[in-house]
Design a protein around this ligand. Structure first.
Ligand SMILES: *[C@@H]1O[C@H](CO)[C@@H](O)[C@H](O)[C@H]1NC(C)=O
Ligand SMILES: *[C@@H]1O[C@H](CO)[C@@H](O)[C@H](O)[C@H]1NC(C)=O
Ligand SMILES: *[C@@H]1O[C@H](CO)[C@@H](O)[C@H](O)[C@H]1NC(C)=O
Length: 345
């Protein structure tokens, strides 16, 4: 083969890969071990912790079941071992072409079993553990910063979670086509990675921060309708709400320093009254903070949700979804309660 024809062939292949586009998780590296994913074009059923997807294409319908772990994601036969507090490197296929958008990572316990048996993703209760949109230091998309270095992995530090079997949902969101007439809108590339988290970690998510896919996103979310060329990057809001607050499994607050965890401790010290009393009290205070913060619509929801709450929000994602909604309300109000008190002091 001459140099010219080889060069032509290479450009053709590059072009073909861009037209076919996009990507998938090729390998992950954790605790000194490299786990390769299956071949998406021709799956061999090899042992891997990376749930196999049916191709390189995106999920564009946020109401699809495939929004959880990717198109026709299949359970696989391994788990990657990772220490709580340790890092997992996640490497996307090298031809990933998109630079505008965000990256998120979510985790869900595998229903009390090993993740190799956890097939019904409608049961997965996800909590967000990482999100990367715009790097405020450089004003650039993290997505572009990582992928402009071909082969650079995205690295996730696993929080100091209680040991167990967790499914990791890692996702890239491509916004390039949002403003394209007739385009597909935001393209989402979720992928599932089966993990066995080891160690003596004790954190669990606040139940109020657990969500389901589908449902966690709406097609109208600002983070999915953002047109990169038309809107300032600094205004970008990553979809799916804030990172989950993590608390010690016993229900006491943790060292993570998150606002709500701190609020919960302070509140339990300051207010040993029953929850019902607490709810009444906080509803009043919330109304006051509404006038100062001006976010009355979300506050109203919180009050409605909390008036009939009869049980303390549980830690971890095990509560039923109605309880979880109350949990959201109560924890939000608790945060506001403290702020209200501070204002008065
Ligand atoms: C993991 O294996 C792939 C080959 O399957 C290799 O290209 C990659 O460099 C390895 N990653 C690490 C971190 O060793
Ligand atoms: C992830 O970690 C690897 C290994 O330490 C490093 O080479 C790479 O630059 C890191 N990726 C990012 C985005 O920082
Ligand atoms: C909260 O509002 C009520 C009625 O609007 C008022 O009576 C009360 O003094 C307010 N409390 C604070 C702390 O502002």
């Amino acid at each position: 083969m001459t140099f010219t024809s080889r060069a032509t062939l290479i450009s053709f292949l590059l072009l073909a890969s861009r037209v076919a586009a996009h990507g998938y998780v090729e390998w992950v590296f954790a605790n000194g071990r490299n786990y390769t994913g299956d071949n998406v074009d021709d799956p061999q059923g090899i042992p891997t912790p990376i749930r196999t997807v049916s191709g390189r294409g995106p999920v564009t319908d946020v109401t699809s079941q495939y929004i959880a772990c990717g198109n026709q994601a299949k359970v696989v036969s391994e788990e990657a071992l990772v220490d709580a507090g340790g890092t997992i490197e996640i490497r996307w296929s090298p031809s990933w072409p998109h630079n505008a958008g965000s990256m998120t990572a979510w985790m869900a316990e595998c229903g009390g079993s090993d993740c190799t048996k956890f097939d019904d993703l409608s049961q997965a209760q996800w909590f967000k553990v990482d999100e990367k949109g715009v790097d405020q230091a450089t004003g650039q998309w993290y997505l572009g910063e990582i992928f402009q270095h071909p082969g650079m992995p995205y690295n996730l530090t696993i929080p100091n979670l209680k040991a167990g079997h967790y499914l990791l949902r890692h996702e890239l969101i491509n916004l390039a086509l949002v403003a394209t007439p007739g385009g597909s809108g935001a393209e989402l590339y979720p992928q599932g990675i089966q993990l066995s988290v080891q160690g003596s970690g004790n954190l669990v998510p606040q139940s109020s921060d657990c969500v389901h896919f589908p449902r966690a996103y709406k097609a109208t979310d600002p983070g999915l309708t953002f047109a990169p060329g038309d809107q300032p990057k600094s205004q970008y809001q990553i979809p799916g709400g804030p990172l989950a607050k993590l608390v010690a499994a016993s229900g006491q607050s943790s060292e993570t320093g998150t606002t709500n965890a701190a609020s919960l401790t302070a509140l339990s010290t300051a207010s040993p009254s029953t929850l019902t009393d607490d709810d009444k009290q906080t509803s009043t205070i919330t109304s006051n903070s509404t006038t100062t913060t001006g976010d009355s619509s979300s506050t109203q929801t919180s009050i409605d949700g909390s008036t009939d709450a009869t049980s303390q929000p549980t830690d971890g994602c095990s509560g039923k979804s109605t309880k979880k909604r109350r949990g959201v309300a109560l924890s939000e109000i608790r945060g506001r309660t403290l702020r209200g008190r501070h204002v008065r002091v």
